[in-house]
Design a binder for this molecule. Structure first.
Ligand code: FAD
Ligand code: FES
Length: 285
């Protein structure tokens, strides 16, 4: 049996065994964030749902959960957008074309984008939170006529931290997507809005009862956004949040990712506000 096929069979039998993927291309997104495009050495793709993640391993360094930021219509290309915050992510961000990384997954529950069909969709991202949402936007773009208004609201620390800048503009001009970007701190060159991403909600036109909201960012940001959405009348069951906890196994074995009765690696990372409103401290109206 060829080595690649043997690796695939072994990985299927042991969920802790990574499959080898080669780095095909790297792209710098911001000063601390890189996108890696990977392909499996065995040539087999990795079908996934937007919002799912993989356990991505830099051999000899460590393994971390990273959401898939690529196009769900291209399972032959595994795309990850990674912010350098520590030991493992630094090594992953430094990966070069041709390097081999280990991949387990895809794991977890995704956004369930198609639940928004026939209504409006709000995509609300703080910082690197736009990475897991990029796959959802690509799904929306691919079947744009199934949805009403689609808004992408992105908050970043500074202009230099705005993620996927050119792509955001292309979505807005070519795919009938309403785009709003806001930064926490502005240099003189910035002519856009300054403030928190919650402030963008007020300017977005949508029909709350028929809206699906997908939210990812720091937990404090998600708390305020969720409260704002509920105040506008979006049903809590249609507000979906991607939550992060430390993860080790990714498959429900170790308990590291526990959040109350949920193991986020299998029950999440995307959960509805209904499930986590007490945890987030979002009050009932
Ligand atoms: C389901 C899921 C999906 C994720 N998707 C992405 C993604 O698409 N892109 C991306 O860049 N990152 C993503 N992350 C976060 C990423 O896993 C962490 O940044 C990474 O584990 C940090 O490991 P490290 O060894 O580089 O840093 P460490 O040395 O472990 O940590 C460095 C610093 O980052 C903090 N940190 C560690 N883990 C996390 C975490 N999970 N969330 C927030 N802060 C953390 C630590 O407290 C410390 O301050 C995701 C996390 C989860 C749980
Ligand atoms: S990461 Fe081990 S149970 Fe979720």
């Amino acid at each position: 049996m060829p080595v690649e096929a043997a690796a695939r069979v072994a990985a299927a039998a042991d969920p802790m065994l990574p499959r080898p993927f080669r780095v095909l291309a790297t792209r710098r997104e911001t000063h601390d964030t890189m996108t890696l495009e990977l392909a499996a050495l065995d040539g087999e793709g990795l079908p996934f749902a937007p919002g799912q993640f993989t356990m991505l391993q830099a051999f000899g360094v460590g393994e971390v959960p990273i959401s898939i930021s690529g196009d769900p219509g291209r399972p032959d290309r595994l795309v990850h957008t990674i912010r350098d915050v520590g030991g493992v992510t630094r090594t992953l961000c430094a990966a070069r074309e041709g390097d081999v990384l280990g991949v387990r997954g895809p794991y977890g529950h995704g956004w369930g984008v198609s639940d928004g069909a026939g209504g409006d969709v709000l995509v609300i991202a703080g910082g690197i939170g736009l990475a897991p949402l990029r796959a959802a936007v690509l799904e929306l773009v691919a079947s744009r006529d199934r949805f009403g208004m689609v808004h992408v609201l992105h908050g970043a620390r500074t202009e230099a931290d705005v993620l996927f800048g050119e792509e955001l503009l292309a979505w807005a001009s070519g795919s009938d997507i309403e785009l709003a970007v806001i930064v926490d701190r502005a240099a003189t060159s910035w002519t856009g809005r300054v403030g928190l991403v919650t402030e963008l909600l007020g300017g977005a036109a949508f029909d709350p009862g028929r809206t699906l909201a997908l939210v990812c960012g720091p937990e404090v940001m998600m708390r305020f956004v969720a409260a704002g959405l509920v105040a506008r009348g979006v049903p809590p069951g249609r507000v979906r949040l991607s939550l992060e906890r430390n993860m080790r196994c990714g498959v429900g074995l170790c308990g590291h990712c526990q959040l109350r009765e949920y193991l986020l690696c299998v029950d999440g990372p995307v959960l509805s506000l209904d499930a986590v409103r007490r945890q987030l401290g979002v009050r009932e109206l």
